[in-house]
Design a protein around this ligand. Structure first.
Ligand code: SF4
Ligand code: SF4
Length: 157
């Protein structure tokens, strides 16, 4: 089963890589806008439930201030360091996710949460591998990728 998922992921990545680099950002940004116009993240929150953001030192400072904690105390309470030494959530679902799928710290949430799922950023070519992985977490990314590949096939015909 895992091998099947990996093969599918590799196939999608191969197809995305066929798109000329000069057109890739435009295609992603158009599909991102069209999919997110119809997406209600509050009925999903799968990103907050199953993965977590990286916390930069600026994120930690801002959130420690919000909770009136010292940076160190905030870090010890909520975060751990991953294999690369980055600060990530101690556990998922995210402790700041509420039962109605709203984020308790929404206005001050980490930069990575603001930018997720990264499908409207520049140089999409640099994160195609990550995007294909995100398509398994985020239904919007799955739709974005499918939309791009479908349109690309139609142009090929
Ligand atoms: S997984 Fe995607 S669709 Fe779901 S809440 Fe996160 S960004 Fe929105
Ligand atoms: S901080 Fe908020 S937006 Fe980020 S993962 Fe947690 S609940 Fe989701």
């Amino acid at each position: 089963m895992k091998q099947k998922a990996k093969n599918q992921r590799d196939e999608v990545l191969k197809e995305l890589k066929k798109i000329p680099k000069t057109r890739l950002d435009e295609k992603f940004h158009q599909a991102h806008d069209s999919v997110f116009k119809k997406t209600d993240c509050l009925t999903c929150a799968n990103c907050c439930k199953t993965t977590g953001p990286l916390f930069t030192s600026t994120d930690i400072q801002r959130l420690a201030k919000l909770f009136k904690m010292k940076n160190h105390d905030f870090t010890v309470t909520y975060l751990r360091q991953d294999e690369e030494g980055d600060y990530v959530l101690k556990s998922v679902p995210c402790q700041f996710l509420q039962t109605d799928n709203k984020c308790f710290i929404y206005e001050e949430r980490p930069l990575a949460c603001r930018e997720y799922p990264h499908t409207n950023r520049k140089n999409m070519q640099q994160i195609l591998g990550l995007t294909v992985i995100n398509a398994e977490i985020c239904p919007a990314v799955e739709q974005i990728v499918n939309q791009i590949l479908l349109k690309n096939k139609q142009i090929d015909l």
